[in-house]
Design a protein. Sequence first.
Length: 263
Amino acid sequence: MAEHSTLADPRPTVEAAFAELGRMHLAEASLPMVLQKVADLAQAVIPGRPAVSVTFVVKDRAETAVYTDTLALDLDESQYGRGYGPCLEAAAGGQLVEITDARTEGRWPDYTAVVFERGVLSSLSVPLPVQEQIRAALNVYSPQPHAFDDAARELAARFASYAGVAVSNVRTFEDMRSRADGLQVAMASRAVIDQAKGVLMERYKLTPDQAFRMLAAASMATNVKLRDVADQLVTTGELPAAPASSRRRTARHAPRRRVVGGA
């Protein structure tokens, strides 16, 4: 009995594609990495293996964040150069914009002429649900006319929705990480300043407020950040040297030692 071999479809299933996206960790992935994964999986899952890109519009400036093929990038940039086109309308208007057949499309005639010349006959541009000052769209370009049925449109919308959530989540995570890093820097700065104050308090018998004013005066006299002044004092035991013109002003902030008792 003869055996019949079958070739497995190399394309991932829809469920497998979104499961792969769900396994991405924000702590390990940058925003471009997440968006590129969205574009690659959209290309793999949407029938016809179309070219895919993601357009961002920030402060009225459009750019392509990621793309699967230079064809998608070129068609995006053709729209940016003209200031109009389906991807820009989708991003700005928040509605899906479709070209079903570039040969008969009446909108944007000069742009659709370029589309036809590049071998593309239909496209989808789906807005991403992003907030704040960002507008974005997932763009899908196909060489076939009427390439997208309801299932394909729904699938593109799902990828766009995931990309929008990813943008919001990654931006939130990066903001939180930036704030945490800033807090760590602030805490480290406060610690070294407190150490420097302790050095001055011990050396000159100062109060905490007097010690801080002495550090601040040295910072102003040398044009060195307060944290760096404190770090130098803790590290070397010396305050940074002030220019001769300001040395007298700084010296006034240093207390004079009092000798108690006599011979």
